[in-house]
Design a protein around this ligand. Sequence first.
Ligand code: FCB
Length: 487
Amino acid sequence: MTVTETPAAAGSVPAPTPSPEVARRAFPPGFAYGAATAAYQIEGASAEDGRTPSIWDTFSHTPGKVVGGDTGDIAVDHYHRFREDVRMMADLGLTSYRFSLAWPRIQPTGRGPAVERGLDFYRALCDELLAHGITPVATLYHWDLPQELESAGGWPSRETAFRFAEYAGLAAEALGDRVSTWTTLNEPWCSAFLGYGSGVHAPGRTNPADALKAAHHLNLGHGLAVGALRSALPAGSRIAVSLNLHAVRPLSRHPDDLEAARRIEAVGNRIFTGPMFEGEYPADLIADTSHLVDWSELVHDGDLAEIGRPIDLLGLNYYNPTVVSSADNAKDLPRHDGHGDSSHSPWPGAEDVAFHLANEDVTAMGWPIDPTGLSDSLTSLYRKHGLPLLVTENGAAFEDVVSADGSVHDPERIRYIEGHLGAIADAIEAGADVRGYYLWSLMDNFEWAYGYEKRFGMVHVDYDTLVRTPKSSAHWYSQVIRRGGLA
Ligand code: FCB
């Protein structure tokens, strides 16, 4: 491909006018252009082929927990329509697809042997992806804990970590010939602190000590699962974790605001990156929360070695920056942490911190749009941990409107994605090793406590007919992929 140039006027700088096929900002060869989904949000078929309820089935069927009483019973029926969905991905030119395995489909009670019918679904999905040249990336846990394990104590119980590792081994044995990139947990911060702290996510419990215990057992489950995956997977397979590390910014340089930022970084980020990459829980986190849990009792000998098992890639899920101040410095300012309404805080040890909008340019979730949080996070993560990075989620909900001709024009989503792909290009230019981008989401789906009210897809789904229609953002992304970068 050549760059065509218009003849320059005498004395002026020649202005290259790239052909539409030429990327002004190209991504490195082999960069993964993906989209992401999660089992409970898309599959439906909630009682088929041996699947039993997860905590999200129980939660969504509890009145008042999900907007509109929506559930994932049918979701977008991907379980029955996956071939059509893979064809659509191929038509769009995706090179990779990140999906999650439903634990209650593979090991319904959270114990014992795997259910072949459950595995067969994922075997068929992977075969379809591979036949279309799309690299599968499997997430083991995207929040759908088998209800039986929750009834036995859930993530605050240490036993759940061992159950998770067993399930990880079963999944790897069955699918390791097809899937070479795995991520253990998706956003364990949400599982622990929205699930057991603020209660806005399943299982809806509201106990700060349980939330901290859940965080440790999720970390332990991750480490044990890394061990199980390594033993079951062929050499050369790659293991990751997907963390929603908050891009924390103090509202001012006032010492109280810096202290607020430190506390949120501790319980929002370093509670995971500390034991995973630095071999210990941060001392300041322990000090902030020691009135809630006895860490010396919670963390057993040998746990840190398990949690710190080396992984190959770090997955970052990024949506918006997190601006914080001390409560005293927040007078008359709106408060917003983007994680739903609850009278119980999801921030144990940091309950007095106030959250602010980074700016007024927000998505339909009310999340501020600021791609610099992504470039900052990628560059600092790479500097700190030296691991190759994947952006395993990034995207936006908007109030999409279906035109009379059935098309959906979503210029705001295009602007959002373009800004964030640009931020990735910036981070790569600054030296970060970023290997891929997974747009959240492939298609509209069950957005947890918001039900079907919030649409994140680049493909529109009509919830009456389940017809899929690529929005203009999908066509735009497809061009980026074919061009190998941004125009
Ligand atoms: C992330 C979740 C994902 C989706 C997006 C919008 O926190 O991992 O399932 O809900 O937010």
